[in-house]
Design a protein around this ligand. Structure first.
Ligand code: PLP
Length: 393
């Protein structure tokens, strides 16, 4: 018997525990200070009424013998997959119901998708990055090559001719940087993937935050992307489902690798290892895609984007370099005076009682940067910006 020794290669994730330790210590030494958390990556607004009504109705159905449902289709109920197809149709992307897989959120599928790829594949991951891509590949023992996100490329790396790899993760709008790829940049990735027989794992968990009509909200808005890309999406940030849990993954029928339909492989994997998302949750998710539901969640997204805008404007006034803050709930800033991520974190906490997330926690290239998020309340965002707006760091 041997355990999976690859787990020994995982780096301990101290980021969020160290943040809470530092905040708790500061609070106990300075109980009179009001701390404002601008580092949270979780939503704060409640589920919208349309979702609640749909779930309440579904709860009643489950309590009635005539409408009760047991096991559902592993890949999701047809009503929800059709709603997702209709949503894509509005983006001029034609998908078939069988290309949609309903999940309990993007995180699970982003990790589980690796089941269908050989261990010898080389993976390309941008740095800084959402840590799940890195850790799931370390667990599997796969070779990882990092590509650098930095100020020069606005944290939007694109491939060059010498880049080699089989699986590449792209995240747009990006967590942690808030940066969003444009069509030309994504076209370079699609071209590269087709030339190199590689697959793009496209994480569009924050696509609903894109308001600029010129920016792509799906990789399938790029020609021939269906031949080389899988898209992962989530209702977590779009509709406040972080605790409710629902997402979807798109695997187009055109995605054929090694003469094999990737869609069929994933269907086989899901029907073997997954038993679907609860009926009640899928009814709630369906409500997100109705006109009424979408208007309601759009109000919430606009509220968060309003927060992001206030933070971004303050940074501009202070002359601090940042990316994100538009079309994204994240703002990624360069720490003033070449401070380290933790150095600036400590200064913000001690002097201004504001909590951010040190960029170095998202990869080596994050050193010297800090992530702020727009998921807090408007009052807190205004108060926090008031504290720093006239300062010189
Ligand atoms: N992808 C990115 C880039 C994220 O930031 C997150 C959550 O923070 C997820 C995926 C996970 O989303 P879910 O809640 O759907 O699992």
């Amino acid at each position: 018997m041997n355990i999976n020794f690859n787990y020994n290669n995982l780096k301990e994730s101290y980021l969020f525990s160290l943040i809470s330790k530092k905040v708790e210590k500061f609070k106990s030494q300075n109980p009179e200070c009001e701390i404002i958390r601008l580092g949270i990556g979780d939503v704060t607004l409640p589920l919208v009424p349309a979702v609640i009504e749909a779930m309440q109705k579904a709860v009643c159905e489950m309590g009635n013998a005539d409408t009760f449902r047991g096991y559902g289709e592993e890949q999701g109920y047809s009503f929800l997959r059709q709603s997702v197809c209709d949503y894509y149709a509005k983006k001029n992307i034609k998908l078939n119901e069988n290309e949609i897989f309903i999940s309990d959120g993007a995180k699970s599928d982003l990790g589980n998708i690796l089941d269908i790829f050989d261990i010898d594949n080389t993976v390309i991951i941008p740095d800084p990055v959402y840590p799940v891509y890195v850790d799931t590949n370390i667990m599997a023992g796969r070779k990882i090559n990092f590509i650098s996100g930095n100020i020069e490329n606005d944290f939007l790396p694109v491939p060059n001719d010498s880049l080699k790899g089989d699986i590449v993760y792209l995240c747009s709008p990006n967590n942690p940087t808030g940066a969003v790829y444009n069509k030309e940049q994504l076209s370079l990735w699609v071209e590269w993937a087709l030339t190199n027989n590689a697959v793009i794992l496209f994480d569009s968990a924050y696509e609903a935050f894109i308001k600029d009509k010129n920016l792509p909200t799906s990789i399938y808005q790029i020609a021939r992307a269906k031949e080389c890309a899988i898209e992962f999406c989530s209702l977590s940030k779009t509709a406040g489902f972080t605790g409710t849990r629902c997402g979807y993954t798109v695997i187009p029928n055109e995605l054929i690798l090694n003469n094999t339909s990737v869609n069929k492989l994933w269907l086989r994997r899901q029907t073997t290892k997954f038993n679907g998302v609860p009926y009640i949750i899928q009814r709630g998710a369906q409500a997100v895609f109705t006109d009424n539901g979408y208007n309601q969640i759009s109000n919430d997204i606009n509220y968060y984007l309003g927060n992001a805008n206030i933070i971004a404007n303050t940074l501009s006034t202070l002359g601090i370099w940042y990316t994100g803050g538009k079309n994204s709930p994240y703002i990624w800033l360069k720490c003033p005076n070449n401070m380290t991520s933790w150095g600036f974190f400590d200064l913000l906490l001690r002097k201004y009682n504001i909590v951010g997330t040190p960029g170095v926690g998202f990869g080596e290239n994050g050193e010297g940067f800090l992530r702020l998020t727009a998921f807090g309340s408007r009052d807190n965002v205004l108060k926090a910006m008031d504290r720093i707006k006239n300062t010189t760091f």
